[in-house]
Design a protein around this ligand. Sequence first.
Ligand SMILES: C[S@@+](CC[C@H](N)C(=O)[O-])C[C@H]1O[C@@H](n2cnc3c(N)ncnc32)[C@H](O)[C@@H]1O
Length: 259
Amino acid sequence: MDLATAWAIKLTGLKDQEKFKALGWGLRTWDQWYFNDCDDRFGTDWPGRIPAQLVAHTLFYFTDPGDLVMDPMAGGGVVPDVCLLFERKCQAFDLAPIPDRPEIEPFYWTADTTTWPCTREPDLIFFDPPYFTKKKKAYQEKADPETPPISSLSRHQYMQFFARFFELAHENTRPGAILAFLNADWRDFESTPAKKESPDHAITLFDFHRLLSETGWKITHRIECPLSSERLSGTLVQKMQDKRILGTVSRTLLIAKHI
Ligand SMILES: C[S@@+](CC[C@H](N)C(=O)[O-])C[C@H]1O[C@@H](n2cnc3c(N)ncnc32)[C@H](O)[C@@H]1O
């Protein structure tokens, strides 16, 4: 039996707060959720894997036990694992499902998608897509050449994809449903001094805010979930400072309600 299932069985019937305590996760009371590391007990190692604690906090504040959670781009399966743990139902999809994780169903989203793979209306959609071209190569390696990940799209196509996805999600949920959308500002900072960055190359949370508002979603919360900066070597940091490059460790969870 895998660890995630063993923990889920062990904690069955406990209240959410008791589960946080048993897992050794301090419950965050404020709208800043920083977790230094992923908890290896949950989810398979995967590019862009997120901490299980981040998912657990989303479920704690925005769902009830028994609710249905949908994960359209489930990657290493942290969301289904945490749903099992916190007794929420889950339907998860990805273009590259992991063979020993039958709970993640194959599904390929495009800007032309008209079908909705969930068999019931979800109460919450936890959406953690690739942050534009970040980790593009790693996602391409997991995918088939015929089904390239959205990180291979141009900036324009990438934004068109989200406009369609948010619209489709709105059509397939009822009023009151929640979309939890995790993303980070994308800027061409890697070799460009901050003062010379062009807004035409950037995709920021404000762009997603606009798309969500245009497709019937009302943003209710903005939760900061910063990435760790410790993975950058001292030499790299020094180079960035010499060139006046302003890095980004911000990552934001937007909570939007179907209105
Ligand atoms: C940021 S990762 C998700 C990580 C996941 N939350 C975890 O913690 O392991 C984004 C996922 O989106 C998937 N993906 C990218 N483009 C897709 C598409 N067009 N259709 C379906 N899945 C896609 C990738 O295969 C990748 O697993």
